[in-house]
Design a protein around this ligand. Structure first.
Ligand code: PGA
Length: 324
């Protein structure tokens, strides 16, 4: 292994992660023969095959799996060292990997925008997916930080509340209930209901609320996206429970009404979290401190002050990927 270069490990890591020589070559701006050559040399050094091909798919061998874990450790140590070195030079730089639940995408990019303006040398990768996947990623310690609703006790994580997350009942603006006061839960249960997909935190909280009152909703449709649900509600196909954050900066706001229902809003909170035992990088620690200190900003983002908002450009957000 003495002669294996960091470059070879970098090439190996990209192939193992992307499960493709072609995509790894593209990501690293190398030709495919160069990538194959690097892997051939690495395999010779190790003396064991690292990949096996079945049909068109490639899989890691046992030795490949062990090397992949080792690579992640090595790269993690290097990026920590880079952060420490730039901190010593008086700058904050490095990469911040954040994963957030679907509904948090309504405020996280703005939070990150302001953070990135303050720390222009920090690159951010943001993953947006539903609660179930976020919990899997958190358990697997795949990212630096997570933003999500309440975390189950069974998940071993450090978590802290940083923002309110009120869940409200939405109907079309011209719905007969839109002008009524103190609408009963029974009345809501008579309406066709549009529900988020299984695994969604919004859905879990909604089901918990209605089952806590021994009531059952008349679910007409299940949809995996807040935007699709708002369209459906505006189209008068039913009512829904969503986070009030989903209404912020919304061009459709005039087509939707928040109903005055007894027991609502459901008072939830947003938490930031990371795996217990994780040593936070300097950059992740900087972001946490920024979240804790940005009290005014968070007050504004909690959407109590109408729907207008200033959205800074996300110049150094390296990648935003979203499942929905
Ligand atoms: P969701 O999560 O976007 O998966 O519904 C939101 C929440 O947990 O409140």
């Amino acid at each position: 292994m003495r002669h294996s270069t960091l470059r070879q490990l970098e090439v190996f890591e990209a192939i193992a992660r992307l499960k493709s020589f072609t995509r790894a070559a593209e990501e690293l701006f190398l030709t495919q023969p160069t990538v194959s050559m690097q892997i051939k040399k690495l395999t010779q050094e190790i003396g064991l095959p690292l990949f096996e091909q079945v049909g068109k798919k490639i899989y890691l061998t046992d030795a490949g799996t062990e090397l992949y874990k080792t690579c992640l450790g090595i790269f993690d140590h290097f990026s920590r060292f880079e952060m420490i070195a730039s901190d010593m030079k008086g700058m904050k730089s490095g990469k911040l990997r954040i994963a957030v639940v679907t509904t948090a995408k309504y405020f996280t990019p703005r939070l990150l925008g302001m953070f990135c303006q303050k720390y222009p040398n920090i690159d951010v990768a943001l993953k947006v997916t539903n609660r179930e996947h976020i919990l899997e990623r958190l358990t697997g310690n795949q990212d630096d930080l997570y933003i999500l609703g309440q975390i189950p006790d069974a998940v071993d994580a450090v978590a802290e509340i940083f923002l309110d997350n009120p869940l409200v009942v939405l109907a079309s603006a011209d719905h007969p209930l839109a002008n009524e006061k103190k609408i009963t839960i029974e009345r809501i249960c008579d309406e066709p209901f549009i529900m988020r997909e299984p695994g969604s935190g919004t859905r879990i909280a909604t089901e918990h609320f209605f089952s806590g009152h021994n009531k059952k909703l008349k679910v007409r449709m299940e949809l995996g996206s807040n935007e699709a649900i708002k369209q459906t509600v505006a189209g008068r196909l039913g009512i829904a429970v969503l986070s009030r954050h989903t209404l912020r900066l919304d061009a459709q706001i005039g087509q939707l009404a928040i109903l005055d229902v007894v027991g609502f809003p459901i008072e939830r909170h947003w938490y930031f979290a990371y795996s217990s035992g994780k040593q936070l990088s300097i950059v992740a620690q900087t972001f946490l401190n920024y979240l804790r200190e940005a009290a005014d900003l968070l007050e504004d983002l909690s959407c109590r002050h109408g729907t207008s908002g200033h959205c800074p450009l996300l110049k150094n957000v390296a990648g935003i990927s979203s499942d929905t």
